[in-house]
Write a protein that binds this ligand. Structure first.
Ligand code: FES
Ligand SMILES: [Fe+2]
Length: 425
């Protein structure tokens, strides 16, 4: 449960808000690089952290992300003409370079120096893993790009799908930090995704109230969920991470062959762009596995509409819930698609979840820890303390795992756990 003040603070991402300022200390992914791939591309509209922006690529291949408002009189720069060396506002012809400098001001006398005093607000952009990432904080605080595993392997080993979700980023993300929902909300769905997840699913159903080991780390938080199995000598452990402020890892299957995670990009206080990534640390992903993400009898994302970038299953159509399947099969949710199941829940909480009315139990310890960290770091930044997680990119190079571990040894002393922990760091 949060106070009214903290519940407001945790969700707000606009400029000047404490959480918005914290997020602006990190690189934030915003669109697929392919959307502005062409040199001197047309601008595309982007909403990010509550700011209305445009993204484009100039003639030299530089990516630009600028306020969608000309500093002259506020005309939308979206309509501007990309002339290679800059974008020309169509209202009075002012022209801006990718770094925001005004390089032509044809409506002023030729000898005027006024243009040297004017800039359009613009942000640094880098391409990583086929995605454009922006840094929207003070230039002197810009951190290294986060060294996330899936962003640093060949494209052939990863599959990225993104779509927009109609709710605040924190509640969207909380689903990934809450291992205890998996055996309920996703019951019947995970079992059909693959043979590996079938085995995981059986163990998730065997013990539905995991015990937690939660550790705060430089990058964010490590969370380990312990479940008993049919064999009293062995426990099933699912270990994953939350990387400040919006990257989540989902525990792998027991074979450790595939990894899965998300990034939750806050577009504004009420909309989130979800980046759903599946990757193999060691080998190319076969086409059949890529296809399974969106197609087949039990797709991970069942209703993605490419033309809108949204799910066709929505709050308005109750996420196409099938009450017959809910009653008569093991699909507890009656909703097809793991992402649709999660989205139905988090959007159904309302665009901004009311955390003042919750009743949190022991299964919610990781969520409580995550919220505390976000709130603590946001408040500390207001006092001038920079977030530790933004101090470097290397500590983000962690991977989730799962394993059957000897039940007699505490987690931290378990040799296999230590071995896996070291291998995945
Ligand atoms: S508003 Fe853009 S040049 Fe005048
Ligand atoms: Fe989920």
């Amino acid at each position: 449960m949060l106070s009214v003040e903290d519940n407001t603070l945790i969700g707000q991402v606009g400029p000047g808000s404490p959480m918005g300022e914290l997020i602006r200390r990190f690189w934030v992914p915003f669109i697929e690089a392919a959307r502005v791939e062409r040199l001197a591309s047309d601008p595309v509209e982007v909403e990010l952290l509550g700011e209305r922006l445009i993204a484009y690529r100039d003639g030299a291949g530089r990516y630009a992300l600028a306020e969608n408002a000309c500093p002259h009189r506020g005309a939308p720069l979206y309509y501007g003409r990309n002339e290679g060396d800059g974008l020309r506002c169509i209202y009075h012809g002012w022209k801006f370079a990718a770094d925001g400098r005004c390089i032509e001001m044809p409506s002023e006398p030729a000898n005027s120096a006024f243009k040297d005093k004017v800039r359009v607000r613009s942000y640094e952009v880098r391409e990583m893993a086929g995605i454009l990432w922006a840094y929207m904080g003070p230039p002197e605080s810009a951190p290294a790009l986060p060294h996330i595993e899936w962003a640093n392997i060949p494209a052939s080993q990863r599959n990225v799908v993104s779509y927009n979700q109609e709710c605040n980023w924190v509640q969207a993300m909380e689903g990934d930090i809450d291992s205890s929902h998996v055996g309920f909300l996703h019951r019947g769905a995970l079992a059909r995704e693959s043979a590996a997840s079938r085995q995981d699913n059986e163990m998730l159903l065997h013990d539905t109230s995991p015990r937690w080991v939660v550790e705060t780390t430089d990058y964010g938080m490590m969370l380990a969920a312990q479940r008993s199995t049919k064999d009293p000598a062995q426990d099933y452990w699912r270990v994953n991470q939350w990387l400040m402020p919006y990257v989540t890892m989902i525990p792998t299957d027991l074979q450790l062959r595939r990894a899965h995670g998300h990034v939750w990009t806050p577009l504004n206080d009420r909309q989130t762009r979800v980046w759903c990534v599946i990757w193999s640390p060691t080998e190319d992903l076969p086409q059949a596995e890529r296809d399974n993400v969106l197609h087949g009898p039990m797709p991970h994302i069942a209703t993605l509409d490419d033309s809108t970038g949204r799910l066709r299953a929505t709050k308005e159509n109750h996420f196409l819930q099938d009450r017959y399947r809910q009653r008569n099969t093991d699909l507890l949710s009656g909703i097809v698609g793991v992402r649709e199941q999660d989205t139905a829940i988090v959007e159904g909480m309302g665009a901004l979840a009311d955390r003042t009315r919750e009743h949190l139990g022991t299964s919610d310890i990781p969520i409580i820890t995550m919220r505390r960290r976000l709130l603590r770091d946001a408040k500390a930044l207001q006092l001038g303390v920079e977030p530790v997680a933004a101090s470097g990119g290397e500590h983000f190079g962690v991977r989730s795992w799962s394993a059957l571990l000897d039940s007699g040894t505490p987690f931290r002393e378990n040799p296999r756990a230590r071995e896996l922990m070291a291998a995945m760091a």
